[in-house]
Design a protein around this ligand. Sequence first.
Ligand code: SF4
Length: 337
Amino acid sequence: MKRVFSGIQPTGEIHIGNYLGAIRNWVKIGEQIGKEAIFCIVDYHAITIPHEAKQLPQLTFDAALANMAAGLDPNKITLFAQSHVREHVELGWVFTTQTPLGDLERMTQFKDKSEQHSILAGLLMYPVLQAADILLYKADTVPVGEDQIQHIELTREIARRFNYRFASESQPIFPEPKASIDKNAARVLGLDGAGKMSKSKGNTIGVLEPQETIWQNIRVAPTDPARVRRTDPGNPDVCVMFAYHKLFSSLENIEMVNTECRRAGIGCVDCKKLLMQGIWQELEPIQAKAAYLQDHPNEVTDALVSGADYCRGIAQDTMLEVREAIGLLPLESRRPS
Ligand code: SF4
């Protein structure tokens, strides 16, 4: 792993699925490769579906703040907003001119999203801009979830095609990045227990949500449906609360719940209160950091400015190579030789 790139949607708040499934892994990557761990808040991507222009700057800022509070330390890693490095769009355009329409229409995410939103050309081109995001920095590794593998395959294809057309075999311009799936990443179930935790399903626990709201949601969350009365023995294996215990509670408490639930030795309310303690132990320091950053917003904006400065340098070098390779007239040339 020499350089890692990952995009963060500016959806404001993050939930524990994002935190346990991605951010904790990013923090570990940052400890290994420092500044070369590049995390980008993808505001250009956010406008490929209808959005509120007045809200987007705040959402972008909030995404930076939330990720910093959850552990991304801009003194170690690189964090920036995509629109602050305009070369993303330029390389995106270059790749657009080289990508067959059929490759984009095949993308599963495009098919899904186009069922929910009116089809803007930008939605179709989303994976091309994503390829530009990654290849602009010649990243060799992209940490992703399973649903993004198809996009990384397309990125590899775009790099291959570009190298074949515009570079020599011995000196390719772009490396072919590999997708990295964190095997230890938790797949966090939603509060309803019906599937993955997801904002669109409304089944999340927000990392920055007030303690009281989290408790209200946990208090009414479903448990083992077969456990109707307090005296009924339960099965923790079918209960989402037990899945959360495994993520947040001590080994001792996990074993206790596993045993006592099966013989009705613990009631669901007490089990949930115990779970709440574990969750709050994890989230309290994150919320304290978020409150500090709310009071010191310059720390967030300064991080984004220096992140963008660092990335712009790399991006401009890449674009010099790309412009020359595809035959654009250099700005300083009056007359092509
Ligand atoms: S005791 Fe805990 S694990 Fe067992 S059914 Fe109730 S909430 Fe679920």
